[in-house]
Design a protein. Structure first.
Lengths: 121, 113
């Protein structure tokens, strides 16, 4: 059974950098696409980006170059970095596995429990 | 980006009655080469992450009760709960994975009357 767990600071100051890690168990991080999604309070879901362990990454253009993802295969973890944060980046951040078929990334399953990140001074 | 529009925003249904949620995409998510609709549905209960219910617009994920069904093609899709149970109270989201970035509908909140 694949399980994901997010970790990282729950409070980040404006203009600083948000850094989160997702630890994967039950599956090799080398074999799938991995994704970050966020949800502001009372709002819908926003895809942040995905990566494949080989180094391929895709990011949401709406984040205008502030985002980066990386993988640590030795720890079976992948990470999210979001720079120059503002209050608008306050959200629950989820990591998820992206299920790919014939190399095309598709739906998200499973998801981590999510971690709340608040941007405030 | 493909815009996903769900309706209604909220829905109140009696136990045992049918609940119908609509999802419309701003462009077709039907891939002609394999005749598959690149659309998924998720259920999110309070305080929990979204849970995959349906993919390819109509394929139920393993373990999902058969009262949940998905239908539609092209740009118009429906999630139906045939007989609403108390444990189905949640927000439901559609998501397209036809193109990057993948996008979600705004969600439909289902409550018990």
């Amino acid at each position: 059974q694949v399980q994901l767990q997010e970790s990282g600071p729950g409070l980040v100051k404006p203009s600083e950098t948000l850094s989160l890690t997702c630890t994967v168990s039950g599956a090799s991080i080398s074999s799938y696409y991995w994704t970050w999604i966020r949800q502001a309070a009372g709002k819908g879901l926003e895809w942040i980006g995905r990566m494949y362990s080989g180094g391929t990454t895709n990011y949401n253009p709406s984040l205008r170059g502030r985002v980066a993802m990386s993988v640590d295969t030795s720890k079976n973890q992948f990470s999210l970095i979001l720079g120059s944060v503002t209050a608008a980046d306050t959200a629950v951040y989820y990591c998820a596995r992206t299920v790919a078929v014939d190399g095309h990334p598709n739906w998200f399953d499973p998801w981590g429990q999510g971690t709340l990140v608040t941007v405030s001074s | 980006d493909i815009v996903m529009t769900q309706s209604p925003d909220s829905l109140t249904v009696s136990l045992g009655e049918r609940a119908t949620i609509n999802c419309k995409s701003s462009q077709s998510v039907l891939y002609s080469s394999n005749n598959k609709n690149y659309l998924a549905w998720y259920q999110q209960k309070v305080g929990q992450p979204p849970k995959l219910l349906i993919y390819w617009a109509s394929t139920r994920e393993s373990g999902v009760p058969d009262r949940f069904s998905g239908s539609g093609s092209g740009t118009d899709f429906t999630l139906t709960i045939s007989s609403l149970q108390a444990e189905d109270v949640a927000v439901y989201y559609c998501q397209q994975y036809y193109s990057t970035p993948p996008t979600f509908g705004g969600g439909t909140k289902v409550e018990i009357k």
